[in-house]
Design a protein around this ligand. Structure first.
Ligand code: PEP
Length: 264
């Protein structure tokens, strides 16, 4: 049976819009997402629009249950860091942040310990944080997947002074070779690494592990089979999160999986 912190199972589906949409398009998309995911009570749904859209979209989401997240954050509260956004600026009205996305790591050169600082700063401001980890295709071919995710996780844990509450963070396992490529990990491949991540986290924090999502070319067609795996607690969705109806189908698949897990 899937490991769950919840009395009844629930899954999470988060949509990472990346650098897409104008503000007006984003507001319209947020409205469409709210319609598409309405009445899915067993799924924790979040959208992560670009920074410029967050304030406007906040009021669209009010009362819908859909939560609002930022795609990145800097670790300082304020200062001479041109172009950066701090968790202090988001605290109190934004729900979560994403840190360590592979595009931040591979295009912008973010290192593991910097991801850790972003993680800690988000938590310190009461923001839930999604920590993305995952291996490249070469690393997988060399049999180093577990080592890579262990290193990414341990670098974050090294920044922690106190263990965070388990519901304050979420891990997204996102193999780099599957992001935006249309090459999804098989449910078995995803399950294997997600289960490993849970085990690794449990060895460090004895009282359990946070939710672990899968991300990498999740679509309406493959979501149900991924959610059928015992340890996959939901999805971080990129490209398809820009299409409200299809995103809604993924959320519906998560709702069905959550109900099925109660029966196990
Ligand atoms: C992502 O950006 O986190 C992602 C998983 O993208 P895609 O779904 O497009 O592969």
């Amino acid at each position: 049976m899937a490991e769950s912190r919840h009395a009844t199972a629930s899954l999470m589906v988060a949509g990472n819009w990346k650098m897409n949409t104008t503000v007006d398009e984003g507001v319209a998309l947020a409205r469409a997402v709210c319609v598409a995911v309405a009445a899915k009570e067993r799924v924790d749904v979040a959208i992560l629009p670009p920074f410029t859209h967050l304030w406007a979209i906040r009021s669209v989401l009010e009362g819908t249950g859909v939560r609002l997240g930022a795609q990145d954050v800097y670790w300082k509260d304020s200062g001479a860091f041109t172009g950066e956004i701090s968790p202090a600026m988001l605290a109190g009205w934004c729900d979560l942040t994403l840190v360590g996305h592979s595009e931040r790591r591979h295009i912008f050169g973010e290192r593991n310990h910097e991801v850790g600082k972003k993680f800690v700063a988000s938590l310190a401001h009461g923001l839930q944080v999604i920590l993305a980890v995952g291996e490249t295709s070469d690393e997988r071919d060399d049999g180093r997947t577990f080592d890579v995710v262990n290193r990414q996780l341990d670098a974050v844990f090294a920044e922690l002074e106190i263990p965070p509450a388990m519901d304050a963070w979420v891990i997204a396992y996102e193999p780099v070779w599957a992001i935006g490529t249309g090459r999804t990990a098989t449910p078995e491949q995803a399950q294997e690494v997600v289960a490993h991540i849970k085990q690794h986290v449990r060895a460090r924090f004895l009282d359990g592990s946070p939710r672990v999502l899968y991300g990498g070319s999740v679509t309406a067609a493959n979501a149900a089979s991924l959610f059928g795996e015992a340890d996959i607690d939901g999805a971080l969705v990129g490209g398809v999160s820009l299409r409200a109806e299809e995103f809604g189908v993924i959320v519906a698949a998560a709702e069905t999986a959550a109900c099925a897990r109660d029966l196990d």
